[in-house]
Design a protein around this ligand. Structure first.
Ligand code: ZN
Length: 230
């Protein structure tokens, strides 16, 4: 019974995370397209089950430019979910969650605990881990949204045959770290070509002991949004 419950909990969590990541990517993709007055067309059934994300209004209207949400994006979402671009922190947490739940089951058996007592102990583990997961999810979602935004920009660049210049909108406040303060200072107002922006982040990140993941994620709890310079 209990091990079954545990497997379901971790499986649901994984599905939940995958859905969240997908929504974040789609949201980023859509918002960048909107900024550029570009319509989105779903191609080759690329949107699968989440076609409903693209309401009638965001589909093709009139003479606006249109980009495809296609297999390329499905592949990108799959790569993000597989942890190739992400911090992979979800799978670590998932592992930690399984381990801790397992411990509770073992303790229950060894100590001959009652089922209600065991369930309540497992609930405590779940609450703590869910809290951690939620905190981390905010960062990851911002990162995946930025990946979706960039994918959309890249497709628009191909249409207009001219690359954009990019910037990072850094949320500034007391908690803004030195790396992001420095980045904010060093990105010119006119923005940078994407490759240069990546390079700058790598070099600033490295000097603060941070490694760049994806196109804009240096560390947890950061809130930076990738944007093209108008
Ligand atoms: Zn920072």
């Amino acid at each position: 019974m209990l091990p079954m419950l545990m497997i379901n909990v971790t499986k649901d969590l994984k599905l939940l995370v995958e859905e969240e990541m997908r929504d974040a990517y789609v949201h980023g993709f859509k918002s960048a397209a909107e900024e550029n007055k570009t319509n989105i067309i779903s191609k080759n059934g690329g949107l699968n089950e989440s076609t409903s994300d693209f309401d009638a209004q965001s589909l093709y209207k009139g003479e606006r430019l249109a980009i495809d949400f296609d297999q390329e994006d499905e592949d990108a979402i799959r790569a993000l979910n597989s942890g190739k671009v992400q911090t992979n922190i979800y799978s670590e947490l998932n592992y930690e969650l399984s381990t801790k739940l397992n411990q509770q089951v073992n303790n229950a058996i060894v100590e001959g605990r009652s089922i209600p007592n065991t369930v309540s102990e497992m609930q405590k583990v779940l609450n703590t881990e869910t809290y951690k997961l939620t905190r981390i999810a905010r960062t990851e979602i911002i990162n995946v949204t930025n990946e979706g935004r960039l994918a959309s920009y890249k497709k628009i660049e191909r249409l207009r045959k001219k690359p954009f210049k990019y910037t990072l909108v850094v949320a500034s406040g007391l908690r803004t770290c030195d790396a992001h303060r420095e980045l904010d200072r060093r990105i010119p107002a006119a923005g940078l070509p994407m490759d240069d922006l990546i390079q700058l982040q790598q070099s600033v990140g490295a000097s603060h002991g941070l490694a760049l993941r994806g196109n804009s994620l240096l560390h947890p709890n950061q809130r930076t949004v990738l944007m093209r310079v108008p």
